[in-house]
Design a protein around this ligand. Structure first.
Ligand SMILES: Cc1cc2nc3c(=O)[nH]c(=O)nc-3n(C[C@H](O)[C@H](O)[C@H](O)COP(=O)(O)OP(=O)(O)OC[C@H]3O[C@@H](n4cnc5c(N)ncnc54)[C@H](O)[C@@H]3O)c2cc1C
Length: 413
């Protein structure tokens, strides 16, 4: 299909955004609430549902208008546009008051929908990927387990074939949004007698299946957005297998690369930003202090470098159809920036950051400070991103690997 002219398309996008959303307010830290500065939401179930409804309404409108999954090929349910179109849409959208998204919306639209589009059958694409892209159905990510986080391929949740079904037993953990999801993209071991990466298969599990138990986990920043998920004798029809048996590691890697890209580049507001810190310094009359100026300049340069890297990685991944290992760079830069932003805000405020005096925009920053460490773990820890950059981007020698034997021969299995 011929690509629309970028300048004309920009005009159409701007017109649609103007008709759909309000313009974004300028950053005024003194007015910021904890919700504005929080990295993870601290909401009741009722508030979370209301937020999800707002997000879903916007995602559906975006899908209907033809602005969802811009770079995904048309045959996979996307718009088949270039990275330049996607960058332009993100740029235009950032000037508007987009509903503050949640982890579950991002996991559904930017991870699960993408992987089902790439690995699903035509029927699965039509039934599920499309519904995930429109957020008619929400899907969580059932990957991590108590003994398999960084070393995800060591997962022990088992799926055994039984006639036309698979029967799943095991435990997942840190599952964001599981309590609100209709489906979960799950990785399970289907063959323990091959090396650990080769014996994994991916499934879409209906979260209301008998045998699925979801227990929320309270976070130190206050909310309970992630969960433990227990699976006991859960029956899933073979029609919900995503990819071939044994192809689960490939599905996992693609999903994780989408996750790094979403975490590193998402335009969902996550915590305080450079603009918020600048507004804070202004409100405290500290912008004349040479040390503060130095810290602000450092933060600004890092924000600009991150934005430029996001753009570069987005262009490269759109060209290849899916993100490459370079996505680890943007994930690492995003989590580093979030931590540094909190540090500069804390230095500016001193003890005021931890005293809940009602002074606007001060104590609210604690939600940023307490949430930032979690962001350094979610989607692969900082250390794992560094390993990926070393081995797959810089092509440095790999770490010694002693587990190239059938999974069942590894100790404890
Ligand atoms: C807010 C949040 C949301 C999340 N949401 C989800 C979700 O929706 N679905 C899901 O499946 N998972 C989710 N996770 C889990 C996340 O993917 C894992 O926490 C992460 O992969 C790390 O695994 P782990 O916690 O088991 O830590 P471990 O793997 O036990 O790591 C412990 C420490 O050892 C370090 N380490 C481990 N291996 C190496 C190595 N080879 N080289 C150097 N250092 C190493 C790690 O960097 C870390 O510092 C979420 C986590 C958080 C914090």
């Amino acid at each position: 299909m011929p690509q629309p002219n970028v300048d004309e398309w920009r005009g159409e996008v701007r017109q649609w955004l103007t008709a759909t959303l309000h313009p974004r307010r300028a950053a005024e830290t003194t007015g910021h609430t904890a919700a504005d500065l929080a990295v993870f939401h601290n909401l009741t179930d009722e508030e979370e549902r209301q937020l999800l409804d707002r997000c879903r309404a916007y995602q559906r409108a975006r899908h209907e208008a033809g602005y969802q999954a811009l770079t995904l090929p048309e045959e996979n349910g996307g718009q088949g546009l270039t990275a330049a179109h996607a960058a332009l849409f993100a740029q235009e959208e950032s000037a508007f008051d987009v509903p503050p998204s949640t982890e579950l919306i991002s996991v559904t639209v930017r991870l699960v929908a993408m992987s089902v589009s790439l690995f699903g059958t035509p029927e699965q694409r039509e039934t599920y990927a499309r519904a995930f892209l429109r957020t008619d159905l929400l899907a969580c990510q059932l990957f991590s387990e108590p003994g398999a986080g960084s070393d995800l391929a060591a997962l022990r949740t088992r799926a055994r074939r039984d006639g036309e079904d698979w029967v799943i037993d095991g435990q997942k953990v840190w599952t964001s949004g599981a309590q609100f999801a209709e489906y979960g993209l799950l990785l399970a071991r289907t063959d323990p007698d091959v090396v650990k990466q080769a014996g994994i298969t991916a499934f879409l599990v209906p979260m209301d299946s008998p045998g699925v138990e979801i227990r929320p986990i309270r976070q130190m920043s206050g909310g309970a957005s992630f969960n433990e998920v227990f699976l006991s004798g859960v029956r899933v029809p073979d029609g919900l297998r995503i990819g071939r048996p044994g192809q689960g590691w490939e599905v996992a890697n693609a999903t994780l690369a989408f996750e790094r890209t979403a975490s590193g580049s998402g335009n969902r507001r996550k915590g305080g930003t450079f603009d918020d810190v600048l507004a804070l310094a202004r409100s405290l009359n500290r912008t004349g202090d040479p040390l503060v100026r130095q810290r602000l300049a450092d933060l600004y340069v890092r924000s600009a470098l991150r934005a430029a890297t996001v753009d570069r990685v987005a262009r490269a991944s759109a060209a290849g159809g899916r993100p490459g290992p370079e996505a680890s760079l943007t994930k690492l830069m995003a989590s580093d920036l979030l931590t540094r932003t909190g540090q500069v805000a804390a230095e500016l405020m001193g003890a005021r950051i931890s005293a809940d005096t009602g002074e606007p925009g001060t104590f609210a920053w604690t939600e940023h400070l307490l949430g930032a460490p979690g962001y350094r773990l979610a989607g692969g820890t900082d250390q794992i991103q560094r390993n990926l950059i070393g081995e797959r981007v810089l092509k440095l020698p790999g770490e010694p690997r002693v587990d190239k034997v059938p999974f069942s021969e590894l100790s404890g299995n």
